[in-house]
Design a protein around this ligand. Structure first.
Ligand code: NAP
Length: 280
């Protein structure tokens, strides 16, 4: 079984970013990472994103707010970041603490700086197949991995486990745009393994450690693991039991070392595209 490596895909995106910026004369585009509180998941994603921006020659600044921040104060600080001309793109780490109205922030974020596709405008564009919108980076990262390894999507049966607004739903639209025939599974899906086995491409985005084993994978399927979980020994793992697919799947992404590295590379590309559009 071939291992689809995120680092190789990320390196190719880095070249694209360098090429996009070859005539750029101003300060390098700056990403604002907005975090409320200190959730370990957020801190880990933040570290990865900052490292990636630096390795791509881009700027990143973290705007960290206390978990107890009042709604009005947060909205006013967020608006300042939104309007800061030195900030080309924003990544809001979510979920926000429950006393903050996330829906309102999704509507407040400037769609031109909304690199992770959370605003209604960008969501609508993704659903309409309009490439001027920013799709959620993880969903786009899945497409990047498939394309980087020359996996044909047109006419293929693709099955996604998960229907969240961050991964499953936008990804279904991106796959549809590539002319795949898409099935979306969730907790009410009957015969989940059998449904998944029908997929020539299987994408796991359920958030359930090592749930997907050989009984879910069709012969010679391509399996993409979006999950980021912690196993019973406290180790990082995906939704897929990678080793169990040997002899069944043709290709699969590992965790770590798969989609995660590509997600932050897509974020970097979105940042550069946003900066170019804002300065055109
Ligand atoms: P989420 O909002 O919790 O959604 C999970 C989806 O999976 C839901 O639609 C749920 O169905 C479905 N699901 C859960 N358990 C299932 C089961 N046993 N059988 C069938 N369907 C099941 O999660 P998310 O935000 O989409 O994230 C999914 C995973 O991706 C997580 O591990 C997360 O950490 C990871 N992630 C990775 C990246 C990256 O860069 N690689 C980025 C974002 C998220 P219902 O709708 O019926 O509840």
């Amino acid at each position: 079984m071939k291992k689809l490596k995120g680092a190789e895909v990320s390196a190719a995106i880095k070249s694209q970013v360098e090429n996009l910026l070859k005539d750029w004369k101003k300060d390098k585009p700056k990403l604002a990472i907005v975090r409320v509180g200190e959730r370990p998941d957020d801190l880990s994603y933040e570290r990865g994103a900052v490292k990636k921006m630096e390795s791509f020659g881009l700027r990143a600044q973290v705007y960290a707010f206390p978990e107890t921040i009042e709604e009005e104060e947060f909205k006013s600080c967020f608006q300042k970041i939104n309007e800061d001309e030195d900030v080309s793109g924003i990544l809001l780490l979510r979920p926000l603490p429950s006393h903050l109205n996330e829906k309102q922030i999704e509507r407040q974020i400037d769609p031109a700086k909304d690199l992770d596709g959370i605003s209604p405008e960008n969501i609508a564009k993704v659903f309409a197949g309009d490439e001027t919108g920013f799709a959620p980076c993880t969903a786009e990262a899945v497409i990047e991995v498939l394309k980087a390894y020359d996996i044909e999507l047109s006419g293929k049966k693709a099955v996604i486990i998960g229907r969240s607004m961050v991964v499953g739903r936008p990804l279904s639209m991106l796959l549809l745009k590539e002319n795949a025939t898409v099935t979306i599974c969730h907790t009410k899906t009957k015969d989940l393994p059998g449904t998944c086995r029908r997929g020539e491409i299987l994408i796991a985005a359920a958030g359930r450690a090592k749930m997907v084993n050989a009984s879910y994978a069709g012969q010679d399927a391509v399996v993409i693991d979006v999950g980021i979980n912690v196993d019973e020994n406290g180790k990082l793992c995906g939704d897929v039991d990678f080793d169990s697919l040997e002899g069944t799947a043709a290709m699969a992404t590992p965790v770590p070392g798969g989609v995660g590295a590509v997600t932050t590379a897509v974020l970097a590309r979105h940042l550069v595209l946003a900066a170019l559009r804002q300065n055109s």
